[in-house]
Design a protein around this ligand. Structure first.
Ligand code: PEP
Ligand code: MN
Length: 360
């Protein structure tokens, strides 16, 4: 079902918001000098929006949790000296109050906060009658409904300068990413709320600066509206998220080398051919990853069978499995022959892997 939000023309009034809207700055404001140095360098790249976390939600206690309100004075100085707009995270009503008092132009609701409807509602209520831009990060869990719900709460409070930030989703176990991108979720968000600006946050997806460039390109290829990139003059010594922050020089390289895509159609809501192909590529990637996992399990079964001295082929189990898979596949609109073929191929490959283990 499509959801109608009241969305203003420009995400951030007073600046050119054409695609890709770039937002950059450190994960955290650390000292006045660090903030001013980063701001000057970011501004010199032509970037119009500066980010810096003042209050930092950290997973574990007893680490740096942000400088607090003191840092808002530095952001005011950034505005005055560079003319950039400034953005920071708010997680409660006090943060909203302090940020607005100090002229912060863009508030973002962090991933952990988006996951909590009570917190989002309190923030939304505190924004009634205020003219500020609000970005809602995706919740930490891959739940598009929860993301939509947070956007609805903020919009219902009268915030029309509203956008979403895609920062990836936490997962259990090994992954190449700090937070898995699950690109199909922001794509679904766009389908659900046409016209909503969506900004990609490659920093929190990747967790490491080496991946930032390719993530930015993927976001551009998928027609995201902007990028928010954590940028620090001395990233290795950053007080938070050191591994994922880039230097202003690195950011300049990224901006210069990004291949911008023309939109094939005028309507920003239409799903383009490129988008669909990207979705296919991502899904195929997932299919292969799942196959890899499946074969690892098959190998464990092989070990078990070897230890217990039983045959690889258990034909009763195979017949039952195939029947179940065909039914499940057909209920998903897949052809019987097709399901039979892929499962025969998968089964054959599983047997190969089990044989390999048993003959080792
Ligand atoms: C951040 O932007 O620095 C941050 C804490 O983000 P997230 O809410 O995405 O973890
Ligand atoms: Mn960060």
């Amino acid at each position: 079902m499509e959801i109608k939000l009241k969305i203003a023309e420009a995400l951030i009034p007073g600046i050119d918001c054409s695609k890709p809207l770039m937002i950059a700055g450190p994960c955290s404001a650390e000292t006045e000098e660090q903030v001013m140095e980063a701001a000057r360098q970011v501004a010199s790249l032509g970037i119009k929006v500066f980010r810096a976390g003042i209050w930092k939600p950290r997973t574990r206690p007893n680490v740096f949790e942000g400088v607090g309100s003191e840092g808002l004075v530095w952001l005011r100085r950034v505005k005055e000296e560079t003319r950039m707009k400034v953005a920071t995270e708010v997680a409660n009503v006090k943060h909203v109050y302090e940020a607005l008092k100090n002229g912060v132009d863009v508030l973002w609701i962090g991933a952990r906060t988006t996951a909590n409807p009570f917190a989002v509602q309190e923030i939304a209520d505190s924004l009634r009658g205020v003219d500020v831009t609000v970005l809602v990060k995706n919740p930490v869990n891959p739940d598009v409904e929860l993301w939509v719900g947070a956007l609805e709460r903020v919009n219902a409070a009268g915030i029309t300068h509203i956008g979403a930030v895609h920062r990836g989703f936490s997962s259990y176990g090994k992954s190449n990413y700090r937070n898995d991108p699950h690109w199909q979720i922001p794509i679904e968000l766009r389908r659900r709320i046409p016209g909503l600006p969506i900004i990609n946050d490659p920093s929190h997806i990747s967790g490491k600066r080496e991946l930032i460039m390719e993530l930015c390109q993927t976001a551009i290829d998928l027609d995201f509206d902007g990028l928010i990139v954590e940028t620090h003059c001395d990233p290795d010594h950053a007080w938070s998220d050191a591994a994922q922050q880039v230097t202003p020089q690195h950011l300049e390289y990224i901006i210069k080398n990004l291949v911008l895509r023309k939109q094939k159609v005028d309507n920003r809501n239409a799903v383009t051919l490129e988008e669909l192909r990207m979705q296919i590529d991502k899904l195929d990637d997932e299919v292969l990853q799942i196959m890899e996992q499946r074969m690892l399990v098959a190998e464990k079964i092989g070990m078990f069978k070897k230890e217990n001295n039983v045959t690889i082929l258990q034909s009763k189990r195979w017949t039952e499995l195939l029947k179940k898979r065909i039914n499940a596949g057909m209920s998903k609109g897949l052809g019987e022959e097709f399901v039979k073929k892929i499962y025969s191929a998968i089964h054959e490959e599983s047997i190969q892997h089990q044989k390999m283990v048993m003959n080792r």
